[in-house]
Design a protein around this ligand. Structure first.
Ligand code: ADP
Ligand code: MG
Length: 354
């Protein structure tokens, strides 16, 4: 039951849903949708835990990335949610504070908001507590946790509360999470630390060994977005890539095509394919039957890799579709939770205080 205090608080603050991803943090406000999406990056002074500050505030998200380009010498970029767990508590707190404050704009009277945070499935209890504490210290009045696959399922409109199985594959930056959902719970899941970052690393390595070209992580991601694929394309693509020559150290450029880039992504692609197959094999037969009909839904930024759905379809022989707006599925799910905290409390991880 919501108290009078809750209602008054609602007049002065906004409830927020947060997808705390390894690559991107998204914030959803009920009634307004996903209003913020920024890299999960915090800029700190090198060798310290001190979050950088400039005239307008903390160097977090887009600002952290911007600053990095300009003064790379004494600044380090930290991704607080490494491999789906909190790598650094203080820095995670600084990031949450930044996002919660940003949503509230310059509002003077602020009664702390309720916050729903989507967390990776199966994270340790201490990490759950750490997320809750970080959000509380960042200004949240009440914090509810939901496992990312549940949030994504809600965001994508899957029948996650029905006695019917759905399979979700979320390919993020640091991890790929494969989950089978039914009756408002995760029936079975597997998580591997192979996702978008590994694609980028494979491309960096390939450019160095095959083209003697050094490129940065952003350059590798750009190649992935421009010509990356997981299955042969109706029309193969080409791209001119600039970088620094390994031997001469001078600026240099070369042309790459989607066929060779696909070949260099083979290892991480196969790891993701095997994780999906393994999860299917481990799923109870009566639920597998549902999956044959209903297929697999992909989400997360990696779902946008060209031909990934087709590759997984060829490997599993069941239908695979890319969910609607896959990058925002989890965040949209947290917004749905906030709108229906009472009726959806059984899908939350921690609902003690509802
Ligand atoms: P996380 O939940 O871990 O923060 P996201 O779901 O935001 O991750 O996905 C980020 C990853 O998706 C990054 O590795 C990014 O490069 C990748 N990505 C985004 N768009 C595309 C695209 N069009 N094709 C391939 N990968 C993409
Ligand atoms: Mg994610």
């Amino acid at each position: 039951m919501f108290t009078v205090i809750d209602r008054i608080a609602g007049m002065f603050s906004v409830d927020v849903g947060i997808d705390l991803g390894t690559a991107n943090t998204l914030v959803c406000v009920p009634g307004r949708g996903v209003i913020l999406s920024e890299p999960s990056v915090v800029a700190v002074r090198k060798g310290t835990n001190e979050v950088l500050q400039d005239g307008d505030g903390l160097a977090v998200g887009d600002r952290a990335k911007e600053m990095l380009g300009k003064t790379p010498g004494n600044i380090t970029a930290i991704r607080p949610m490494k491999d789906g767990v909190i790598a650094d508590f203080e820095i995670c707190e600084a990031m949450l504070r930044y996002f919660i404050r940003k949503v509230h704009g310059n509002r003077r009277i602020l009664v702390n908001p309720r916050v729903v945070i989507a967390i990776p499935p199966g994270i340790r209890q201490v990490d759950k507590q750490a997320v809750i504490h970080a959000a509380e210290r960042a200004g949240a009045r009440r914090v509810f946790l939901i496992e990312e696959p549940m949030a994504a399922g809600l965001g994508l409109g899957l029948p996650i509360r029905e006695p019917m199985a759905s399979m979700l594959v979320d390919i993020g930056g640091g991890t790929t999470d494969v989950a089978v959902l039914a009756l408002a719970g995760i029936v079975h899941s597997n998580s591997i630390q192979t996702a978008g970052d590994e694609f980028d690393d494979a491309i960096t390595e390939f450019m160095k060994s095959e083209h003697q070209l050094l490129i940065g992580p952003l350059g590798a991601e750009r190649i992935k977005l421009a010509v990356g694929s997981a299955w042969r394309l109706p029309q193969e693509l080409q791209l001119t890539v600039k970088g620094r020559h390994v031997k001469t150290g001078l600026p240099s450029s070369t042309v790459v095509d989607s066929i060779t880039i696909r070949a260099c992504l083979e290892r991480p692609l196969e790891q993701i394919t095997q994780a999906v197959k393994r999860t299917l094999e481990e799923t109870q037969p009566e639920l597998s039957a549902d999956l044959v009909d209903r297929g697999i839904v992909l989400c997360g930024g990696g779902a946008l890799l060209r031909g990934l759905a087709q590759r997984l379809n060829e490997a599993t022989d069941i239908p695979v579709i890319v969910g609607d707006d896959p990058l925002t599925a989890v965040a949209r799910g947290t917004g749905i939770i906030l709108d229906n905290l009472e009726s959806l409390k059984n899908v939350l991880e921690s609902a003690d205080s509802i």
